[in-house]
Write a protein that binds this ligand. Structure first.
Ligand SMILES: Nc1ncnc2c1ncn2[C@@H]1O[C@H](COP(=O)(O)OP(=O)(O)OP(=O)(O)O)[C@@H](O)[C@H]1O
Length: 399
C-alpha cells in the first residue's frame, strides 16, 4: 500500500494456546506438527500462532475464516477478553498485552468498544438504558451518560425508540442498539464479532450498508470478524484470511481474488462472483501506444501496424481522450489527405476505474471497440479490450 497512513493497531507475534502446557504446544508447532495432532498429543489447542498484522487508522479490517480458525480468539485478544500467551498488541503504540488491570481498564474505556453477535442486550431495559449501560459501568455521571446515549442512538437511526424495551424490537433494531452502545463511549476502535450473523439476509445486507455509510462519517478503526466471504469482501478495506490459528493471507478483496496466496485461499474464494468485485482498474492494460490528435494519419497507421492494433486511442497534449481511430477508416482517409480528427470516432465508451466488471460486460457486448478507462479529468489511465475481461475471469476464448 503506497498511501502513508497511521498504524492504529500493530499485532506482533501473537500466540494463544488454550491449555496449561503452552510451551510444549509451541515447540510442537515449531516442529511443524499440525493443530489437530498437537491437540491429540497434548490436549492443548492452538488458538493463534505468531499472528502479525497492522490495522490503519480509519480502516475496516475483516478477520475471515472457517469455524475454529481463530477469528474470535484473535479479536478477543485485542482487548484482552482473552489473555494472549505471547506477543504484543500495540494500540497507538501502547502494548495492550502487557498492561496491568488499571491501564487496561483505561484503554478499554477510551480506545475500544466491542459489538457482539446476538447483541448481548438487557431485554427488559429500555433502548436508552441499554445504550447508557456501557457508560454506567465506566462510572460516568447519569446526566452525561444520557446525553451521550441520545447522541449514539441518533447516529444509528433509532431516534424515537429511546423508551422502547429492547425485547420488543426486531433483530436489526436490536443490533443497532448494540452498535449505539459501542459508539456511546466514542471509541477509536470498534471490535465487531460476527455482529450481523444473527440477522436474516435482507436485514443483514441493510446493516452492512449502514455500517459502511456510518463509517464514512465516523471514520473509526474497525476490526470485524465474519465467516461470510461476501460480507468480508463488501465491508473490508483489507481482509485477513485465517486458517488453524495463522493468517493465510492479508489483502484487499482484489488482491485476494486475483492473487490468492495458496490453495487454501484459492479454494476459499473459488465461488465468489468476481465480476462484482474486480473493477476496471484491476483488469485494464496500459494504454500505449496512443496517438496525438495533432499527428498525421500516416503516423497513426504506422503505430497500429507496428503494434498489431486495429484501433488506437487519440489523445490531446494533456492525455485527455478525444476519440478512437480505427484502421478501416484511417487507411482510405490517409490517401485523401484527411486529418485524424476528421475520421476518428468520438462516440466512445469511457468508464471510471472503479466500475465493476459486471457493468463493463454489457458495454463491451454493445460495442466491440476497446473501452477507455479515464480519471475525473478524462485523462486516459488504461484500456480494456475483450481479452482483458476473459483473462481476468480465467475464461478461455473459444475462437
Ligand atoms: N476457551 C477455550 N478453550 C479451549 N479452546 C478454545 C477456547 N476458545 C476457543 N478455543 C479453540 O480455539 C480455536 C479457535 O477458536 P475461535 O472461536 O477463535 O474460532 P473462530 O474462527 O472464531 O470460529 P467460529 O466462527 O466458530 O466462532 C478453536 O479450535 C477452538 O476450539
Amino acid at each position: 500500500m503506497t498511501i502513508h497512513r497511521k498504524k492504529k493497531i500493530e499485532v506482533r507475534n501473537l500466540v494463544k494456546i488454550f491449555g496449561k502446557n503452552t510451551q510444549k504446544a509451541v515447540s510442537l508447532i515449531e516442529q511443524g506438527v499440525s493443530k489437530q495432532e498437537i491437540f491429540e498429543r497434548t490436549k492443548q489447542t492452538v488458538g493463534l500462532y505468531k499472528v502479525n498484522f497492522d490495522v490503519y487508522e480509519g480502516e475496516t479490517f475483516v478477520l475471515m475464516g472457517l469455524s475454529g480458525s481463530g477469528k474470535s480468539t484473535l479479536l478477543r485478544c485485542l482487548n484482552r477478553l482473552i489473555d494472549p500467551s505471547d506477543g504484543h498488541i500495540l494500540v497507538d503504540g501502547d502494548d495492550i498485552a502487557t498492561m496491568d488491570d488499571k491501564e487496561l481498564r483505561e484503554a478499554r474505556r477510551k480506545k475500544m468498544s466491542m459489538v457482539f453477535q446476538g447483541f448481548a442486550l438487557l431485554p427488559h431495559r429500555t433502548v436508552i438504558d441499554n445504550v447508557a449501560f456501557g457508560l454506567e459501568i465506566q462510572g460516568i455521571s447519569k446526566e452525561e451518560r444520557y446525553v451521550k446515549a441520545e447522541e449514539a442512538i441518533a447516529k444509528v437511526g433509532l431516534k424515537g425508540y429511546e423508551s422502547s424495551k429492547t425485547s420488543q424490537l426486531s433483530g436489526g433494531m436490536q443490533q443497532r442498539v448494540g452498535l449505539a452502545r459501542a459508539l456511546a463511549t466514542d471509541p477509536d476502535v470498534l471490535l465487531m464479532d460476527e455482529a450481523f450473523s444473527a440477522l436474516d439476509p435482507l436485514i443483514r445486507s441493510e446493516m452492512q450498508d449502514e455500517l459502511i455509510a456510518l463509517q464514512d462519517k465516523l471514520k473509526k478503526t474497525i476490526v470485524f470478524v465474519s465467516h461470510d466471504l461476501d460480507e468480508a469482501l463488501k465491508l473490508g478495506d483489507r481482509i485477513a484470511i485465517m486458517k488453524d490459528g495463522v493468517i493465510a493471507q492479508i489483502g484487499t478483496a482484489e488482491e485476494i481474488l486475483t492473487n490468492p496466496a495458496d490453495d487454501y485461499v484459492s479454494e476459499f474464494v473459488a465461488g465468489v462472483d468476481r465480476t462484482k468485485i474486480l473493477t476496471a482498474e484491476n483488469i485494464m492494460k496500459r494504454p500505449d501506444p496512443v496517438v496525438s490528435i495533432n499527428a498525421g494519419l500516416t503516423v497513426a497507421l504506422q503505430l497500429m501496424k507496428k503494434h498489431g492494433m486495429s484501433s488506437i486511442f487519440v489523445v490531446d497534449p494533456d492525455k485527455v481522450v478525444k476519440g478512437i481511430l480505427c484502421v478501416d477508416a484511417a487507411a482510405p482517409a490517409s490517401k485523401e489527405k484527411k486529418e485524424i480528427k476528421d475520421v476518428m470516432k468520438t462516440d466512445i465508451s469511457i468508464i471510471a476505474p472503479d466500475i465493476p466488471i459486471k457493468e463493463i460486460i454489457p458495454i463491451m457486448a454493445e460495442d466491440a471497440l476497446p473501452i477507455a478507462v479515464v480519471n475525473e479529468n478524462k485523462k486516459l489511465l488504461g484500456v480494456i479490450v475483450r481479452g482483458s475481461i476473459l483473462s481476468a475471469l480465467a475464461i478461455k476464448e473459444e475462437d
